[in-house]
Write a protein that binds this ligand. Sequence first.
Ligand code: ADP
Ligand code: MN
Ligand code: MN
Ligand code: MN
Length: 386
Amino acid sequence: FLYFFAPPSLLFRLPSYHPLAAMCTPWIAEYVWISGQNTYTDLRSKYMTVTHVPIDAATPDKMKVWNFDGSSTGQAAGETSEILIKPVAVYPHPFLDNARVVLSECYKPDMTPHPTNSRVVALKYFDAHKDDEPWFGLEQEYFLYKGGRPYKLPAGGFPEPQGDFYCGNSSKVVGREIVLEHYQACLKMGLKIAGVNAEVAPAQWEFQIGPCTGIEEGDHMVMARWVWAKIAEMNEMEINYDPKPIKGDWNGSGCHHNFSTKAMRQPGGYEAIKQACANLGKTFLDDVKFYGGDNNQRMTGLHETSKLSEFTWSIGGRHTSVRVGNDVEREGKGYMEDRRPASNIDPYLSTVRLYTSAMGYAGPSAEEANIPHEPWWDVLAKEAAQ
Ligand code: ADP
Ligand code: MN
Ligand code: MN
Ligand code: MN
């Protein structure tokens, strides 16, 4: 009887408990997570067709917790190999129509964080002092590789000493088209990519992510590395994040951390920057544990680097641990640049460690962060004690 009087729109509306009522136009979610295989540049992903939430309404809390086989990524712990992936951020998909990228964290089946989940460790310390509004700008250096050696360089080795490549525009610079593809894709995703430049060694490039506040720096850096993984795959290339891939008189790859707090950015902030440097002078032997494996090979005191066994800072210097810009001294505020972190850092851990150490706060230890012990840490400690 009611059917005769109901308006047509009501006639076809399904009750909310009906399974079909929740269906929307199917779209693709690419879940991305960090595998425990190596140094936070091994990013895995798989696709899921989503119908429970419209694509434009997709937020991390509306996305399903999914899972994968941890025994195939070197992450299996104990008798169960299932690892849960919990969405923490959703981005436009730069390569696929009707799709989103879903950055996810790894959990054990009992919903405790997986040991490789460094994001939760960082978030704990970032959340403890939100008023500081820590900003980061990371300069990710890397080499373009193809077939196991630097892209387009002769098999016999390097053509000539470095010098012409940095910010170069000539036939000596290789890979520009793909580098710009990466740049555009990052912008399409809404990542805060600040810029791109050709670096000192041939086939070496840099992109900058920032300024981002707190945990967002790690998220955007992981996503920008994922964009590279995709583009490298499409071009049958590799991105080399090794801190010193080519031995000898060639620059290694770093990841300078530009850092400021609200206090540093305000008038008189130079004082807060000096205090941060004084604090870093007390914690440096533990801080460098968070600045990438094999970083001792890059930080030799040559090639615009400092020595890891001491902490130094200067205005405008490129051979000190920290560089403070000339404009900071002039204007009395701004930011500082920690030049020690290597290209292969875990950006969640390196940023939170720099932040807590610079502020004199309790920060994560290497044990809490699950950073495996490296023999050169002990060598540094011995050198520093002399
Ligand atoms: P460099 O001169 O050392 O090569 P870059 O231009 O490559 O420096 O990178 C500088 C980075 O610093 C950029 O990512 C930028 O977003 C970031 N940055 C700028 N201002 C601040 C600030 N106040 N706090 C933290 N990072 C900042
Ligand atoms: Mn730079
Ligand atoms: Mn650089
Ligand atoms: Mn720099």
